[in-house]
Write a protein that binds this ligand. Structure first.
Ligand SMILES: Cc1cc2nc3c(=O)[nH]c(=O)nc-3n(C[C@H](O)[C@H](O)[C@H](O)COP(=O)(O)OP(=O)(O)OC[C@H]3O[C@@H](n4cnc5c(N)ncnc54)[C@H](O)[C@@H]3O)c2cc1C
Length: 440
């Protein structure tokens, strides 16, 4: 008889994982605390659109649902908006075909759930909130609108996001369970640039727009309906911050000063700012991600990262591929499968967490500088001159499936070699000049 797996959370990773496990023949019950997102109950307080790239696309391809990308909008590079309204375009890669893709969270969520439901051995139950897990028995305690129930499986997989109830049960019940959460001093708020009256995009459609302002920034990603979803990443506290920007006048003044070219495109700015929630940005690390052959964590439940590399969902999708491979390899020993999955993913999740924080500084501060743009050009020059030998970090993270930790190590090595080569060249130049001048 196939093992019965209980999945908690039908967000992006939960739906996709259910499809993978359904294909592998498991008996799957997926419990989600919210209502069915296909009934219009869009996940509130989260990004409306996301950037999907090579790792995420590969995971969709492997289960045959890459057609979900037909509604995605390719973004070929960063469009930097400076305060004067001047624009600078910086392509993501030397190959113009390499792009990241803006995709709607709600439609992607619906696609993965439908992919799971194609398998008759997968059942999805909405409006079921997990409150606790009895780890040793793989028993989940759930709450619905009408009461409480208990379900038992052979294993429980927590795909219930950054504030995972499954992980909380592990924290309470596993000796030496290590847990670390750290919040950025910045929060985020989503705002809108609606389509032009003829339905077209009011900014360059095939770019990720950034208004870098050193300690904070705004970004905008295109949507298929001609609108852009903007996200302001700004300090919660401080002299100029979410905390001190209370009135419509404060908001208008701040935007006029910082994003003057965006303001005329944002007719609902004041309303959006007032009504939309301010989200927080958390990095979560924990160890281990599994308990015997009974419980396992995947996606944000195991490793939430801040969104600045556009990789949280991509990494969660990659988790699904890896867990599926491990379950195939250790078909008769689920504990080994969970252990192998954990050992393959943990150092990569940790590396991604660091990369994501590093990229916040790059996006909000460095993208505005000409030194940064020169470095990017040099990166692309080297990538063309040394194909397959030199790969910029962004390219490795976004356009390959090189494990994140390996990509980070390789980028550090490349930077060291480049730095040494540059210093050597400068020294040779100085020496040559000295010899020339000495000969005069
Ligand atoms: C502002 C922002 C922008 C982002 N942009 C990108 C991007 O461009 N690219 C990218 O790759 N990633 C991005 N991310 C990260 C991405 O959103 C997450 O990594 C991704 O959603 C993780 O998927 P998940 O399924 O693990 O968790 P989630 O998507 O959070 O899904 C968890 C699900 O579990 C359910 N749940 C929670 N608790 C319970 C419970 N007790 N019982 C039952 N169900 C429960 C929730 O309702 C939800 O449906 C962004 C994140 C943010 C905040």
């Amino acid at each position: 008889m196939p093992a019965k797996l209980i999945l908690i959370g039908s967000g992006l990773a939960g739906g996709l994982l259910a499809a993978y496990l359904g294909r592998r023949g498991y008996d799957v019950d997926l419990y989600e605390r919210r209502a069915d997102p296909r009934e219009g109950n869009i996940v509130g307080g989260r990004s409306i659109n996301l950037a999907i790239s090579t790792r995420g696309i590969h995971a969709l391809e492997q289960i045959g649902i890459a057609e979900a990308l037909r509604h995605a909008i390719p973004m070929r590079g960063r469009m930097i908006h400076d305060k004067s309204g001047a624009l600078h375009f910086a392509p993501y890669d030397v190959d113009p075909k390499k792009c990241i893709n803006s995709i709607g969270r709600a439609s992607l969520n619906a696609t993965v759930i439908e992919a799971a439901q194609r398998y008759p051995n997968v059942r999805v139950h909405f409006n079921h909130k997990c409150t606790d897990v009895d780890l040793a028995g793989a028993v989940c305690h759930l709450e619905t609108e009408t009461g409480k129930l208990t379900v038992r499986g052979d294993a429980v997989i927590g795909v219930d996001g950054a504030f995972s109830a499954v992980r909380s049960s592990m924290q309470r019940n596993i000796d030496n369970f290590q847990y670390d959460e750290s919040y950025l001093a910045h929060g985020y708020k989503e705002l809108t640039i609606p389509p032009a009256p003829d339905g077209s995009w009011r900014l360059e459609k095939n770019a990720l727009h950034i208004w870098p302002r050193k300690s904070f920034m705004m970004i905008a990603l295109p949507n298929p309906d001609g609108s852009f979803t903007c996200t302001l990443f700004w300090e919660f506290e401080g002299p100029r911050s979410f905390a001190t920007t209370k009135t419509d006048d404060d908001v208008r003044r701040f935007f006029d000063e910082e994003f003057p070219d965006a303001v005329p495109l944002m007719p609902s700015l004041l309303e959006d700012f007032r009504n939309n929630p301010t989200g927080s940005l958390v990095t979560i690390r924990c160890t281990p991600w599994y308990y015997r052959d009974r419980v396992c964590l995947l996606g944000d439940a195991a490793h939430a990262v801040v969104p600045f590399y556009g990789q949280g969902m991509n990494a969660a999708f990659e988790d699904c591929v890896v867990l599926d491979e491990c379950l195939e390899r250790f078909a008769n020993n689920r504990e080994h499968a969970f252990a192998e999955y954990f050992s393959r993913r943990k150092e990569n999740a940790d590396a991604l967490a660091d990369l994501a924080i590093g990229n916040f500084i790059e996006m909000r501060d460095k993208t505005a500088s000409s030194t940064f743009r020169t470095k990017k050009k040099l990166d692309h020059l080297l990538e063309s001159a040394l194909p397959g030998v030199y790969l910029p970090l962004y390219t490795m993270v976004t356009f390959t499936r090189i494990p994140y930790a390996q990509a980070a190590r390789r980028a550090r090595l490349q930077d060291r070699i480049l730095y040494t080569a540059l210093v050597t060249l400068v020294l040779i130049g100085i020496l040559a000049l000295a010899v020339l001048l000495g000969g005069c």
